[in-house]
Write a protein that binds this ligand. Sequence first.
Ligand code: HEC
Ligand code: HEC
Length: 328
Amino acid sequence: MKRFPLMPSIFILILSILLGYAIIRSQTVRAAAPLPQQNQDLVRGARLYDDWTEVIELASPPSGDQPIWSRQSTNTRRGPDTWRCVSCHGWDYQGKDGAYRSGANYTGFPGIYEARLKSAADLSAAIGGGIDSQHDFSGFLVPADIAALANFIQEGLIDDNEFIDPVSLKIIGGDAAHGKELYEQGCASCHGPNGQQIEFRYEGQDIVLGTLANQDPWRLLHRTRFGTARAPEMTIGFDLGWTPQDGRDLLLYMQTFPTGLAPTSEPSMAQLTPGPAEQPGGPARNVFSGILTGLGAMATSLGFAVVVGITLVAVIFLVVWLLRGRSK
Ligand code: HEC
Ligand code: HEC
């Protein structure tokens, strides 16, 4: 009679472990579920706009400069960069009328912000060389990608220029406390409390979030909202349902970050953690992380099988115990 409460409590314990495991598992699956197709299209369009030569798998990358590039001589970039939409039309989508109105990025080429009001057919025609034969990207981009670009132009463009001081590049207005909240929820886990944990390339240099926030707020806004081909695992404002003002609030907060790299006397977190390929659950970046991801998935299912097995054994024990109790 002494054992009586013991067996059922073990059984209930095992049951609750199993239930907890099942709930956690179902939530992981839900978080990884794909977003609606149209949203994915817009995000893909935004990343193609940023650098389609990195987003798609090219049979043969574009050689030399984009033919239109030679119509100007102020911007001295050469090669693949000259094929990127953003090099001519700008991170603020306003070309010669926006952030690229002067400086090393000046080309004199127009923006596409006004073109957001055009039909998808007109936009696709322009991108496919139908209006200017030198503006023909259809040799590289499949129709679905041209459509994604048109979709992005129609629905994704945001004009932030009246909120960015043209001289100091600081955000005008805005709510830094709200920005801090957003940063801590979605970004700090990877970028660290002051944005110094991840370094990335900018104009031939290794920089951190604080540097970009103060030097190129437009690129930061575009990539914060739509991500970058180089970090597909990154949380993005678009998926979190951010308003344009949410992006600016976050930028205002990031403009307070240190603009230099973390001090190197002690190894920084960025040096200790080998990099984005280590993100659990992130897409496989190379053969080795692919194999690791596969092994991880197998281990997960193995764990699940073990839990199911233990539960079965527990149930059998309970039944045997009940039967024995009766026969006595
Ligand atoms: C080398 C510079 C350059 C690159 C790269 C470039 N464009 Fe253009 N784009 C122009 C110029 C210049 C025009 C103005 C019309 C013309 O002369 O072709 C234009 C026009 C357009 C238009 C029509 C705008 C309107 O008002 O009707 C769209 C849309 C457009 N570009 C989208 C894109 C997209 C998307 C990409 C990337 C796949 C891209 N462009 C890459 C230079 C460029
Ligand atoms: C899962 C980890 C992860 C999270 C979460 C994350 N990022 Fe990133 N982010 C990265 C990595 C990795 C890079 C570096 C990519 C590279 O090497 O170019 C990066 C780069 C960036 C860049 C620089 C892009 C450029 O080259 O101009 C910006 C801006 C950025 N992140 C903003 C954010 C913001 C804002 C958030 C929060 C909403 C966020 N990130 C959340 C991993 C993350």
